[in-house]
Design a binder for this molecule. Structure first.
Ligand code: 8YV
Length: 315
């Protein structure tokens, strides 16, 4: 029997490429110079799309694959996939939840600690000779015992809160409704009130049209000049224009971002701000997690073609 044809949207590590190519007839979209010609040639045979989430806002890829059965996303966030279009066409969608939550939470906490304790600035201070020439790094701010707000207490938000409990932090969260698995963390209904009661505001909400710019100017102002915003979800959850102006004029103390609009081509103004920590969307980027994500992506594809239940179906 011939192998099912799949459209591979982005590159994967070698440990994923090998098994993917063994099981499927892989059409490497990301290597095509002329995308339109490539799609016209390969699209009609494609039965599955394996994507890191780069499907984009339009339906070009979905439309080019009339026989598409499944979109398997290498990531927990599937905001780049138009679920309405997929539902209407009976296309299944899967993602890779859980396996990355611990690493993303670790990274969110790492960014908080690094930024509040001046770890990156301290490294530059030593390397640049300022320590020997000028003296000690200016004093930084503490993390433990302060107030943390988690916007979106899903799997990742929960893991962040668990870790912060170990720092004796006062933890509050906001979500569509209180969670029964958050016993001694305070539920606060609105993002603005949550920000007002937080020193560190973690954005961990799954992105959708409903959460676009959920962190808007009033939320940023409520977090205030002593506050820090940490985003490990999607850039669309934060109004970048409001964030940049608040960081510039001191309305917001600082920020730590792992995600950006149009990444990796981020707004160049970010790189001119002294009070922000910039990271290259690497919260899930460990060997262990990426291997688990690849395994889960392929397990979903394998289940689909075997006609068995999908391990992690979105729809
Ligand atoms: C990316 C992510 O998928 O899980 C998500 O939603 O954003 C990440 O894990 C990963 O960077 C691969 O592109």
């Amino acid at each position: 029997m011939s192998k099912p044809a799949i459209l591979q949207i982005g590159a994967y590590p070698a440990w994923d490429e090998t098994p993917l190519n063994q099981a499927y007839d892989v059409r490497r979209y990301f290597e095509a110079d002329d995308k339109a010609t490539f799609l016209a040639e390969h699209g009609p045979q494609v039965r599955a799309i394996a994507t890191r989430g780069e499907l984009g806002a339009n339906h070009t890829l979905l439309d080019a694959c009339p026989n598409l059965e499944i979109v398997s996303v290498y990531g927990v966030g599937y905001d780049a996939v138009d679920l309405d279009v997929c539902r209407a066409r009976g296309i299944r969608v899967t993602n890779t939840p859980d396996v990355l939550s611990g690493d993303v939470a670790d990274f969110a906490v790492t960014m908080m600690l690094a930024q509040t304790r001046g770890v990156v600035a301290g490294d530059a201070w030593v390397r640049g000779g300022a320590w020997a020439q000028t003296g000690n790094l200016p004093l930084q701010r503490r993390a433990w015992g302060r107030r943390a707000g988690i916007l979106g207490l899903g799997r990742i938000g929960f893991e962040i809160a668990k870790r912060l409990s170990g720092f004796g932090m006062q933890i509050s969260y906001s979500d569509v409704a209180p969670k029964d698995y958050a016993p001694d963390w305070q539920f606060i209904a609105t993002p603005e009130d949550l920000a007002r009661q937080s020193d560190f505001l973690f954005v961990a909400a799954a992105a959708s049209s409903a959460t676009r710019h959920i962190v808007n100017r009033p939320v940023i102002e409520a977090l205030g000049p002593e506050g820090m915003l940490i985003n490990v979800s999607r850039a669309s959850n934060v109004d970048e224009e409001a964030l940049i102006s608040a960081l510039r004029d001191g309305t917001l103390g600082s920020a730590a971002l792992d995600v950006f609009e149009n990444e990796p081509q981020l707004d160049p103004r970010f790189t001119t701000l002294p009070n922000i920590l910039l990271q290259p969307h690497q919260a899930s980027g460990t060997v262990e997690t990426r291997k688990a994500m690849g395994d889960l992506l392929r397990a979903n594809l394998a289940a689909h073609f075997a006609g068995t239940p999908l391990p992690t179906a979105v729809i």
